[in-house]
Design a binder for this molecule. Structure first.
Ligand SMILES: CC(C)(COP(=O)(O)OP(=O)(O)OC[C@H]1O[C@@H](n2cnc3c(N)ncnc32)[C@H](O)[C@@H]1OP(=O)(O)O)[C@@H](O)C(=O)NCCC(=O)NCCS
Length: 220
């Protein structure tokens, strides 16, 4: 009996140690600084800033999310604070923050496909922070993080064709246009543009996509 108990304790210890090792590894990945901003974990204290920009109809017009109640938003921010990064089949949302104040000004959603081979990215920036390349730098940083922490071969960006700031951002970052799709979104027929960016090192500015399965999930 003693032997069994000892063996069970040993395997629980191993599980705990593995969890601690993973948590420490993930904690080391964030925050990350980039020119003009910081990519960091979202947290419950972001509630007011998050709710202020997520309530703006123009920011949500082409996105998969809708404004949330404060209670739902608080749960979401708490979940995202602790969510493991890059779990296959899951979205994780990271915050974009001002470097001086650490105030939340936007967020980036990242998704890893079930088999871990493909990523997807979505992004939002509050209007007052737009027009100074903050989102471009934040998305580049988030892509570096995703490519360094996973074995994804490419990342997809899907945008409504009318969403020109989003189209320009994807192209600036180096995404290549793959295809247009006619879809029904919120009851309206629209055209989505699908972009892809292949795994790359920083020395290559705009790598070609690999033409594999694209559009791994619904809009973030
Ligand atoms: C998509 C979105 C994040 C883009 O924001 P953005 O501010 O245009 O992007 P950046 O922060 O990278 O800034 C780049 C812009 O700033 C401009 N800029 C950069 N530095 C500048 C400067 N010193 N002076 C003037 N303009 C400057 C760039 O020219 C570029 O503008 P352009 O695209 O008109 O050429 C933003 O429009 C948004 O949040 N939209 C709603 C959410 C959404 O639809 N997301 C996409 C879903 S996938």
């Amino acid at each position: 009996m003693d032997m069994i108990r000892k063996a069970m304790c040993f395997s629980f210890d191993k599980v705990r140690a593995e969890r601690r090792r993973r948590a420490a590894m993930q904690a080391a990945l964030l925050p990350q600084e980039f020119p003009g901003g910081r990519l960091r974990r979202m947290r419950p204290e972001d509630l007011a800033a998050f709710q202020a920009y997520r309530a703006l109809p123009e920011l949500g017009r082409y996105q998969g999310w809708s404004p949330m109640s404060d209670t739902t938003a608080l749960t979401f921010l708490t979940d995202m604070h602790y969510a493991p990064l890059f779990t296959p089949g899951q979205w994780v949302q990271l915050g974009i923050a001002e470097p001086e104040t650490d105030a939340l000004v936007g967020d980036i959603g990242m998704y890893l496909s079930d088999d871990g081979s493909a990523g997807e990215v979505g992004f939002t920036l509050q209007p007052a922070a737009q027009g100074r390349s903050l989102a471009t730098f934040a998305v580049r940083q988030a892509l570096r993080l995703l490519f360094s922490a996973t074995r994804a071969t490419h990342v997809v960006g899907i945008t409504d064709a009318r969403n020109l700031p989003s189209v320009r951002l994807l192209e600036r970052v180096g995404f290549e246009f793959v295809e247009s799709r006619h879809v029904v979104f919120r009851g309206e027929t629209c055209t989505e543009r699908v972009y892809a960016l292949a795994r790359h090192d920083d020395s290559r500015e705009a790598p070609a996509n690999q033409g594999t399965t694209l559009g791994v999930s619904p809009r973030p």
